[in-house]
Design a protein around this ligand. Structure first.
Ligand code: SF4
Length: 696
């Protein structure tokens, strides 16, 4: 490892999980540079990572607990939270309370939150903003592989001869992985890149072929591919012994009638390229996941890789990239309402028994809890009476955000743990708890290719702020479970998590980090990035090259899927298809990235991409304001007239909130429509009407 001065930690933003080195800059601040030894980035950084040091100021930080808007001491706040949650459970049952947490949390934070809700409160009502990020991938993985397993690694993108990017603006949303792909293509021009995206994004600059597919048509395209694989004799018959359901999946693919919006010659070129290239990686992200048929889209992609045996070998496989820095760690600890820790299954009595015994838990839910959109609907209807929101901003980011904001405002008891008191959600809290942020606490995160990295503390927590795991443990103790939440440091939590993973792996689960169960403080401090599994059974690398899936019979399931269009209909009143997403230099609701002036220079205000033909027809002039209205809400955005979007479709970024631009809350426009299996909202295919905005 390079002998570099400074603290090695992990970037606070996306799921690439880049290593950074933080050192004093000699002027009283810090300098951040890429860690040359981290396997995710090997020294590279993107604009957001490079600006991390600019986001460390204490301006606006929440420095003490607040009860009813007034500063309070920790004892009073913790007693109030524990007391009100305990009273609510006693009066209305455990399902009357809920936690809504975040893929920004460290694994140790997440583990304690999940343990408290599922094992001790006895409800599965803990869900995460990761529901908005990759829940469809989780569901697709589980029904194909038996577990939520990412088969491949980042190296596969570099070793492939064809990389297909589906619904992924990698250049802006996972920039360092994109940089690696650019470098691989420069070194090996034979590497081909295909992008499948209704928009001509920055990523398309690298593409040999861009398929501007109709919104929601991915299943139709990948069913065409699967049918062609079968018709051309490209099925890997030797690998097929590891599969179930192939005949049904191929029959469904052959019966596919859904349109793609693509010219036949482009489809033919794609089919020829995919089928004719053995080393192919299909990368997918939010354009696949954030859909009312996201799980089926994932299955359609997995089916093609399974049928051809192109999975788990160097340069081959389906590969989902996660949005958040610890979306993957949250999946590992069971931080979604339909999962248990260590990829154990909530519906499986043996798994529940294992977890209950291991935790010495008084309770264990027997059915899944509420998924994010359902959870806030239950809040609105008064079924959730005590709600704890940790490190996330649902009043701005969930679909139908105005209704979510009103639901939180009307909830009997709302606790928010955050860095700032000014987010749209924090303003609604009865109790505000000051949380330690990036650089102020220790823990681990897992990136998109299963690499576990340390986040390390290099700053004292300001004021009275505490790490989330410590706040949650205190509440657990005060609710009556002192032994179960007697954690004094994050390494104690990781050790427990690792020991549990060994038991889960012994029952056929994939997630196994049991080698970390004996880590002492010094080894935890020194922990270098490592890819799970990390155990005597198996170490790092890829899954499934030789079969060996985590289903009861060890075979993967190819699930027959049929295409369905977006659930939200366009019509004469709402004729435009609204796509939402990220921009290059901002992160989520800008609570951190919005503090770095240079990041604001890229795109500094909420905007709407609209095609020139539509702009002319509606009298919308470049850089003028547009009123955007859906069935759920309304926003005022700046017109960005561009042929990067197709006629009839518009795109708006999701970052701005009431804190920064009250009229620019795009979450207010998104319908609360979800995938019936994954519960992930359809954030990329709304229906809106546009008008030039005129000040009354
Ligand atoms: Fe951070 Fe992601 Fe950029 Fe890497 S690519 S520096 S993890 S934001």
């Amino acid at each position: 490892m390079t002998d570099a001065p400074g603290i090695r930690t992990t970037c606070a933003y996306c799921g690439v999980g880049c290593g950074v080195i933080v050192a004093p800059d000699g002027a009283g601040g810090f300098a951040v540079r890429g860690d040359p030894d981290h396997p995710a980035n090997r020294g590279r950084l993107c604009s957001k990572g490079a600006a991390l040091a600019e986001t460390l100021g204490l301006e606006g930080r929440l420095l003490a607990p607040r009860i009813g808007g007034r500063d309070a001491v920790w004892d009073a706040a913790l007693d109030l939270v524990a007391g009100r949650f305990g009273e609510t459970i006693a009066e209305h049952g455990p399902d009357a309370v809920a936690f809504y947490v975040s893929g920004q949390l460290l694994t140790e934070d997440y583990y304690v939150a999940n343990k408290l809700m599922k094992g001790f409160i006895g409800s599965a009502n803990i869900d995460s903003n990761s529901r908005l990020c990759m829940a469809s991938t989780v569901a697709g993985h589980r029904r194909a592989f038996g577990t939520d397993t990412v088969p491949g690694t980042y190296e596969d993108l570099e070793e492939a001869d064809l990389v297909v990017l589906v619904g992924s603006n990698l250049a802006w949303c996972h920039p360092v992985l994109y940089q690696r792909l650019v470098a691989a293509k420069a070194a090996r021009p034979a590497l081909r890149v295909v992008t499948i995206d209704p928009r001509r994004t920055a990523t398309c600059e690298l593409a040999d072929l861009h398929l501007a597919i109709a919104p929601g048509a991915d299943v139709a395209l990948f069913n065409r591919l699967l049918a062609a694989i079968a018709d051309r004799g490209a099925v890997d018959e030797a690998y097929a012994v590891h599969l179930e359901g192939m005949d049904g999946a191929i029959a469904a693919a052959r019966a596919e009638t859904g349109g793609t919006g693509l010219p036949e010659r482009d489809i033919a070129a794609f089919l020829d390229l995919w089928i004719g290239t053995e080393k192919v990686v299909t990368v997918f992200s939010q354009g696949v996941n954030q859909s009312s048929n996201g799980t089926d889209k994932v299955s359609a992609i997995l089916n093609c890789h399974l049928a051809t045996g192109r999975i788990g070998r160097p340069g081959m496989g389906p590969f989902s990239v996660t949005g958040q820095p610890n979306a993957m760690g949250g999946r590992e600890v069971g931080g979604l309402s339909n999962m248990l820790a260590c990829h154990l299954e909530i519906e499986n009595p043996d798994h529940r028994h294992l977890l209950r015994t291991f935790w010495h838990a008084p309770a264990m839910p027997e059915k899944p809890g509420l998924k994010a959109v359902e959870m806030f609907r239950a809040v609105a209807h008064g079924r959730i009476k005590a709600l704890w929101i940790i490190g996330t901003n649902p009043a701005a980011t969930l679909p139908d955000a105005d209704a979510v904001r009103d639901a939180i405002a009307g909830c009997d008891f709302v606790v928010v743990s955050d860095l700032f008191a000014t987010t749209d959600t924090a303003r609604l809290a009865d109790v505000l708890l000051p949380a330690a942020g990036w650089g102020e606490k220790d823990g681990t995160v897992t990136n998109s290719d299963r690499t576990i990295s340390r986040q390390r503390r290099f700053l004292p927590a300001p004021g009275l702020a505490r790490p989330d795991w410590a706040i949650l443990s205190e509440v657990g103790r005060r609710m009556g479970w002192p032994d179960a939440f007697d954690f004094a440091s994050p390494v104690e939590i990781l050790r427990e998590h690792a020991a549990l993973s060994g038991h889960a792996a012994a029952r056929g689960r994939d997630f196994d980090i049991s080698d970390l169960a004996a880590l002492d403080e010094a080894a935890y401090d020194a922990l270098a990035p490592l890819r799970w599994p990390v155990s005597a059974r198996r170490t790092g690398g890829r899954f499934f090259a030789d079969g060996g899936f985590f289903t009861p019979n060890g075979k993967a399931w190819m699930v027959p899927v049929v295409s369905r269009g977006p659930a939200t209909a366009t019509d004469d009143r709402y004729p435009f298809r609204l796509n939402t997403g990220r921009i290059r230099d901002q992160w989520h609701t800008m609570t951190r990235s919005g503090r770095a002036p240079r990041l604001g220079r890229h795109l500094g205000e909420p905007f709407l991409e609209i095609h020139p033909l539509d702009a002319v027809r509606l009298g919308i002039r470049p850089a003028h304001l547009v009123e955007v209205e859906s069935r759920e809400g309304r926003a005022i955005l700046r017109a960005l007239v561009t042929d990067r979007v197709r006629p009839g479709e518009v795109f708006a970024p999701m970052h701005w909130t009431a804190e920064h631009a009250p009229a620019g809350r795009v979450g207010a426009l998104v319908a609360p429509v979800t995938d019936p299996i994954s519960g992930q909202p359809e954030s990329k295919a709304g229906a809106v009407v546009l008008r030039p905005y005129r000040v009354a």
